[in-house]
Design a protein around this ligand. Structure first.
Ligand SMILES: Nc1ncnc2c1ncn2[C@@H]1O[C@H](COP(=O)(O)OP(=O)(O)O)[C@@H](O)[C@H]1O
Ligand SMILES: [Mg+2]
Length: 139
């Protein structure tokens, strides 16, 4: 699944992800911004969980530090949140196996289900880049 090209976007926050405390801060910040945009309680939990899982992967697995960014996006009549988490670490390599659930770990396939759009690039040796989108239900 790839992510939609949107008509406008505004960066709401950008944080380094290097230690566990950064994961907790990213979770808090995204939840706050999503609540401000009007996401319902169930969606807030989904978004916060996905950010937490993907940011935690940077700390646990990448061997490097990274960044978390959150954008407010608009596409036609739709408003949403785009989240990106990038690191410059070891990369996953066979990301298809992880997405298919045939490699150990349920974090990434689980996050994909929690969000409306989910894209991951993680060539071995050049880091990991995850982009996730959640759209607000149309009024
Ligand atoms: N940012 C990352 N950098 C390097 N490897 C990663 C990264 N994120 C995930 N991985 C690799 O992909 C596997 C699957 O990740 P995930 O689905 O989150 O499960 P878990 O973290 O529980 O192992 C991890 O075990 C790890 O080997
Ligand atoms: Mg994980």
């Amino acid at each position: 699944m790839t992510t939609t090209t949107t008509h406008s976007e505004k960066e709401l926050a950008k944080l380094p992800v290097a230690r566990l405390q950064d994961v907790l801060l990213a979770r808090l910040v995204v939840r706050e911004e999503a609540a401000r945009l009007g996401f319902a309680a169930h969606a807030l939990t989904q978004i916060a969980t996905a950010v937490s899982e993907i940011a935690r992967n940077v700390v646990q697995h990448s061997g490097c530090s990274g960044h978390f960014s959150v954008f407010e996006i608009a596409d036609g009549g739709r408003i949403g949140l785009r989240i990106s988490v990038d690191d410059g670490g070891i990369g996953i390599g066979d990301v298809d196996r992880v997405l298919a659930g045939t490699a150990p770990g349920a974090g990434i396939p689980g996050c994909r289900k929690l969000m409306d759009e989910f894209a991951i690039r993680s060539p071995a040796g050049t880091g990991t880049s995850v982009t996730m989108v959640k759209w607000l239900p149309r009024a």
